[in-house]
Design a protein around this ligand. Structure first.
Ligand code: FPP
Length: 246
């Protein structure tokens, strides 16, 4: 068998990355191409999210983090913001119904205090009820920004110092990581951005330090299990050195 095939086989059989993070981009363009409103693109994107989350569960990904709504997304029209919040609400209600069957753990990254009281209550309920589930953990980033997260952690630490509970010189990376929304969760191994854009857009700024990036022109609503497998195969073809020499 030619070497090329051997390499491909090895990649297909390699274990899935433990933590995959995705910037679900391209919903608006997907809708525009079809003469549909942007909210229809987000609805299609939410379906893709469901399919991809199930695939992650099937192939043994332990953590899936998705950027659902950024701290900057409030600048969009009230219709679009309401549309995305409505989709999140619908998805979380469905997740509650299927929770015991799917055993998916759901967490939230972001400042949820700006969400409606109903959505905040729903997030708390989902978090509480799924706390002990052991299949894939889905982290939904809502009103999330990487800089906002770092500032929030810095303020928490400063307040502890002011209260005499911590010392500035004792701050290390582990302590700081423990103050982020992602406390206790390993950093993402692979960050995927569809839709042709190649930037980080304030996503997981601290946690992305050694992540591998995968970009594709496919728009998020068209992204499926085959596309995820391609991203994982590309990931396995990379040499991760974490600043060292291999
Ligand atoms: C970016 O595409 C997408 C968003 C800002 C929203 C993502 C939200 C969802 C997929 C729906 C809710 C999520 C869940 C988990 C149920 P864009 O609008 O910037 O696309 P464009 O760049 O083509 O305009």
């Amino acid at each position: 068998m030619p070497l090329f095939h051997k390499k491909k086989r090895a990649a297909a059989q390699a274990p899935a990355p433990a933590h995959i993070a995705i910037i679900m981009d391209g919903n608006g363009r997907w809708a525009k191409k079809r003469g549909m409103p942007r909210t229809a693109g987000h609805a299609a994107g939410a379906e893709t999210f469901r399919t991809v989350a199930n695939h992650c569960k099937d192939i043994g990904v332990q953590y899936l983090t998705v950027y659902a709504f950024s701290t900057e997304n409030w600048k969009r029209s009230p219709d679009e913001v309401e549309g995305i919040m409505g989709l999140l609400e619908r998805y979380l209600h469905e997740a509650l119904e299927r929770m015991t069957r799917d055993r998916v753990k759901i967490e939230f990254f972001g400042d949820l205090s700006r969400l409606s009281p109903e959505l905040q209550a729903l997030c708390s309920r989902v978090r509480e009820l799924s706390r002990s589930f052991e299949s894939v953990q889905v982290n939904l980033c809502i009103n999330y920004g990487g800089r906002d997260e770092i500032l929030h952690a810095a303020k928490t630490f400063a307040a502890r110092c002011a209260a005499g509970e911590a010392r500035p010189e004792a701050l290390d990376e582990e302590t700081f990581s423990g103050l982020l929304y992602s406390a206790g969760i390993p950093d993402p191994d692979l960050i995927i951005r569809p839709s042709g854009e190649q930037r980080i857009s304030n996503f997981l700024l601290w946690q992305a330090a050694y992540a591998e990036f995968y970009f594709t022109d496919v728009l998020w609503p068209d992204f499926g299990p085959a596309e995820l497998d391609r991203a994982i195969a590309a990931f396995h073809g990379r040499s991760r050195r974490f600043g060292g020499v291999v």
